[in-house]
Ligand binder design. Structure first.
Ligand code: URA
Length: 477
């Protein structure tokens, strides 16, 4: 047994915890760094062994990452485990998140970090299913209601689609909030119900249980209030830990790019996508990422019930062209990963996806015969001049909808199911002075000024049509 000795201060922070580790190497095979600097005990990388007991210190791990060093496998595993168990307080983990935000994680560190997040909870498996299990994740965008038509469509193509989803926070909406616009629909299902519904209907959209990557749930809540959400490594490990734990054999990542997304450029989104695809592939999940356009809101409706309404239009064979295009692009990739020889466009046109949607909603108690909630007040913005709409920014519309009551600021806030924004013209459309551009919906008239101010400068009418933008920028395998 190798024993490292280090100068230890008389009063060690309470967060020092003893953990037993199997090895003293990083996953890349390098020995752990042991740096003795003349800065007192805090600068010493504690990696002491005494009868197999290793002491780690959260402050030192934070300092190592802050100063740009590579963390050892043991440090990462201990950190995530101790944070999940509540041994490391929120302020230390927030500092750690900021250190990772600035310094990043190497591929080897990211792999160990993601694995530690997975093992913080349970891993689901569906051995009883005969259909291939495929999943989709979106990094979040404005008007992104894709899961609603996509899950029943891919199920109608012959795959099993478990969509364990979340709620909206900030300007991007949450799938569960949207579906709760449907009278009686239940987001919380037992494991047995999830298994039964996947076998019978083929698609289930429900809340992720507390047992799935609990480290991510805790860490995401901290990142959300510390400005550390848009870190490539923290996003990759957050998303992939949940998706790998869900047990699918195929995964399509919809990585949003643009003004309304966390990733503002194709270059940033490509890096995120490559790192997530590598994590998925290494875990044995066939993973493909599509980089998709989030400069303009997706579809024409933003807000919970409004987005359900628009999803039903798509399932009925209509709906806005961009929404249909992206739904089919994602469905085609999922069907390919599932190894099925089916054309999703034909399945959509046949009405089978609508049948699966009805069955999926009914299985979770939803009653589609009850009208969707609508907001009490509306306010329409009209075009001030004739011309061509040259842009309408996703972020502004998302913030407007959020301020009108469709989203929440804190996770305990309630939301208005009918609130949101209806878009009447998209970039490239010709408009005349007085034509409606956007209609704001809210249950509380006093919210209109805040909603309107979010739209300042978010749309423009000009003389020349903007060049058409692709819906899918790139595919990363
Ligand atoms: N969605 C997630 O699940 N995690 C992130 O970090 C960002 C988006």
């Amino acid at each position: 047994m190798r024993v490292y000795s280090a100068r230890i201060g008389a009063s060690q922070p309470a967060s020092i915890v003893d953990r037993r580790l199997d090895d003293n190497r990083t996953s890349s095979g390098r020995p752990e760094r042991f740096s003795l600097q003349c800065l007192g005990w805090r600068a010493v990388n504690l990696r002491m062994r005494d009868n197999g007991i290793v002491n780690y210190n959260a402050v030192e791990i934070i300092e190592h990452k802050r100063d740009g060093f590579t963390l050892s496998d043991g440090e990462i595993a201990w950190l995530i485990d101790a944070f999940t168990r509540g041994t490391i307080p929120d302020e230390q983990m927030s500092a750690m998140a900021m250190a990772v935000y600035f310094q990043g994680l190497s591929d080897a560190e990211l792999s160990v970090w993601t694995q530690a997040m997975i093992t913080s909870g349970v891993r689901m498996s569906f051995p009883e299913l005969t259909k291939p299990l495929v999943d989709k994740h979106s990094t979040g965008g404005v008007g992104d209601k894709i899961t609603l038509p996509l899950a029943p469509l891919v199920a109608a193509c012959g795959a099993a689609v478990p969509q364990l989803s979340g709620r909206g926070l900030g300007h991007t909406g949450g799938t569960l909030d949207k579906l709760e616009s449907i009278s009686g629909w239940r987001a919380y299902l037992s494991d047995a119900e999830i298994h039964a519904q996947l076998a019978s209907v083929g698609a289930v959209v429900c809340a992720a249980g507390d047992g799935l990557a609990p480290a991510d749930k805790k860490l995401y809540a901290l990142r959300d209030v510390t400005g550390t959400v848009p870190s490539i490594e923290l996003m990759s490990s957050s998303i992939m830990s949940k998706k790998i734990a869900e047990g699918a054999s195929g995964l399509v990542l919809d990585v949003k790019v643009g003004d309304g997304a966390f990733m503002k450029t194709v270059e940033q989104a490509s890096v995120l996508a490559q790192r997530m695809v590598a994590l998925g592939t290494a875990a044995g999940v066939k993973t493909v990422a599509l980089l998709t356009n989030m400069n303009t809101p997706l579809g024409l409706k933003v807000g919970n019930a409004l987005e359900v309404e628009e999803s039903i239009e798509v399932l009925a064979g209509g709906g806005p062209a961009d929404l249909v295009e992206l739904t089919l692009a994602l469905a085609t990739t999922m069907v390919e990963l599932a190894g099925l020889d089916v054309d999703p466009a034909a399945v959509l046109a046949s009405g089978k996806a609508m049948d699966t949607w009805r069955a999926m909603i009914a299985a979770q108690g939803g009653d589609l015969s009850v009208p969707l909630p609508t907001a009490r007040y509306t306010h329409t913005i009209t075009a001030e001049s004739d011309g061509i709409l040259t842009r309408i920014d996703a972020l502004g519309v998302g913030i407007c909808s959020w301020r009108l009551g469709a989203g929440r600021t804190r996770k305990e806030d309630s939301i208005s199911l009918g609130a949101g924004v209806v878009i009447h013209a998209k970039p490239g459309d010709r408009v005349r002075a007085g034509d409606p551009l956007l209609t704001l919906h809210t249950d509380d008239e006093s919210l209109f000024p805040a909603g309107l101010s979010a739209l300042d400068g978010t749309y423009e009418i000009g003389e020349v049509a903007p060049p058409p933008q692709p819906m899918v920028f790139a595919r990363i395998d």
